[in-house]
Design a protein around this ligand. Sequence first.
Ligand SMILES: *[C@@H]1O[C@H](CO)[C@@H](O)[C@H](O)[C@H]1NC(C)=O
Ligand SMILES: *[C@@H]1O[C@H](CO)[C@@H](O)[C@H](O)[C@H]1NC(C)=O
Length: 397
Amino acid sequence: MLVFVVMALMVCSVSDSSRLLNDPESQHRRNLLGNGLGATPPMGWNSWNHFHFGINETMIQETADALVSTGLSKLGYTYANIDDGWGEMTRDDNGNLVPHRTKFPSGIKALADYVHGKGLKLGIYSDAGYFTCGTKMAGSLGHEEQDAKTFASWGVDYLKYDNCHNDGTKPVDRYPVMTRALMKAGRPIYFSLCEGGDMHPALWGYQVGNSWRTTDDIRDRWESMISKADINEVYANYARPGGWNDPDMLEVGNGGMTKNEYVVHFSLWAISKAPLIIGCDVRNMTEDTKEILSNAEVIAVNQDPLGIQGKKVRNGNLEVWAGPLSGYSVAVVLLNKYSYRRAPVTALWEDIGLDPSTVVQARDLWEHKTLERQFVGSLTATLEPHSCKMYVLKPVA
Ligand SMILES: *[C@@H]1O[C@H](CO)[C@@H](O)[C@H](O)[C@H]1NC(C)=O
Ligand SMILES: *[C@@H]1O[C@H](CO)[C@@H](O)[C@H](O)[C@H]1NC(C)=O
């Protein structure tokens, strides 16, 4: 009798899942974009956080050179992304977007060729409204197909799509128009939704783009950085390969935080499976900046193929963040948010998803060493103000 029940359940679940797989409507919903990009969070550089409008083709070329010569591209930072300010204010007589005549005199196609020649990819910026946010150059609302074709013809690989000066309709109506336009344009283009978090894009972004901003713009300050990480964390369950929560680009190296604070910034972005888009001048990095951005062990947590966003499992001024990795390992960040006192922070196995009896080896990702003793049940570290420790815990067989 029991056997029959179990078999009936099995039959039921098999036919359920095959119905789902064959249902064209759900297939369509899953694969609307279907560009195969973003299997892990994107890595690269963007001009906005450091340069704002002060961009031109020379400095983008020099940035591409620096991404290669510093070794950053080998670590995975392959997108060189131009933000707002690359174009003329108005379209040409045929309605096409026009690269800025003095800042980008050779045009975007020539720049894409240059960047591709370095083994990198080129990103560009537009807006799901009539004008862009900063320079108020022409946006793409109502010109989606034309602009997607233009970007594809230039060899663009990534589109950051902002949300200013729109007609007041819902982003969930405007963004998919560009999704479909990119699909038709004949070139895989990573689609980065910069809706700003107003309409909870985590709830609908996966069907529309490869990542979605969960917050407004980051500033190069501890409080801003922490608040973006916190807002982004709320949506952790919605992130997965092909679609990521985006708490905005990195400020590491821009000078507004201490080294320890930038280590916290990079650690939280990595465990949150956030896009790692550098926002400083990579042509002129300090050794500290380079060391933080080049931490291959922290990058490996971000790029883990399982693609599960870490969560905050202990709240307050002494926090614990954790998330599973492939190979039964767990990534952990212990964080002291106090500005004025040292304090011990403890990760309890029951909080971070390990059985209490599990014995682990702990790898300290910032010290680059495996701790000599093994741990069972908990791990404690004493932390300086505004600083963190990041570990990978690996169960010992
Ligand atoms: C290009 O931009 C950089 C960085 O803002 C600036 O230093 C340089 O003077 C600019 N060059 C031109 C030709 O505008
Ligand atoms: C390079 O960075 C330092 C700060 O680290 C700054 O003082 C200097 O002006 C920068 N140089 C250029 C050319 O931007």
